[in-house]
Ligand binder design. Sequence first.
Ligand code: GTP
Ligand code: MG
Length: 220
Amino acid sequence: MSDPSAPIVEEESPEDMEFGRKLFASGVDFLKGVVDLASLPTPDRPEVAFAGRSNVGKSSLINALFRRKALARASNTPGRTRELNYFTIQERLYVVDLPGYGYAKVTRTLVEKWTKLTRRYLQGRPSLMRVYLLVDSRHGLKPSDEDLMKELNTAAVSYQIVLTKADKCKKTHLDAVLADTQARLKKQMAAHPTVLLTSAEKGDGIEQLRSEIGKFVEKS
Ligand SMILES: Nc1nc2c(ncn2[C@@H]2O[C@H](COP(=O)(O)OP(=O)(O)OP(=O)(O)O)[C@@H](O)[C@H]2O)c(=O)[nH]1
Ligand SMILES: [Mg+2]
């Protein structure tokens, strides 16, 4: 019998992998940084967003997906991304880099402003196909992540947990964090049951993520 606590691994078909690879190699443009809901672009194409605590590696993962060093601004200074940054693959897909939460060093008013904007966006965007909720492999899920998960459940927004910075951890630690995260997802209605393990630095999980995102895009 299979071990119920073993991580679920989803196999991507070679066709999906190839589609994802081509999609992310087909050219990307920065569209704009959105600072209020009124400035959101028309929801005329599928959209995926990268959310998570400050410094978990959202911008770095987007750069890795597109094989670009500095498309999305990544930095050691938490709180680097301050707007909803829209990237577009022609007219086929929007990829959104969100400001992080859970970082208190900038002024409280500023944090509240970004948090409010991000939350409102996440709950009310009709074309949002999936939220990738990034979690640092070293730390696992934090209460602020679980708050967001609850909100996404309530708003019935599909999301998937992505563990980041896998290169910074030992395999035994990764296995434990994966199992713990998956166990905590069981009761979450809107959560994708698979937890993805990634490293923007070494490339782990990047091809799979491209393939998964590709499934939201119309084949043309
Ligand atoms: N070793 C390693 N470092 C990483 C990885 N991903 C990101 N980092 C580092 O983590 C730091 C934060 O990365 P960012 O991509 O800026 O994080 P963010 O989530 O966009 O941060 P905010 O915009 O502040 O919310 C940077 O110093 C990155 O180089 C990874 O996979 N491996
Ligand atoms: Mg960022």
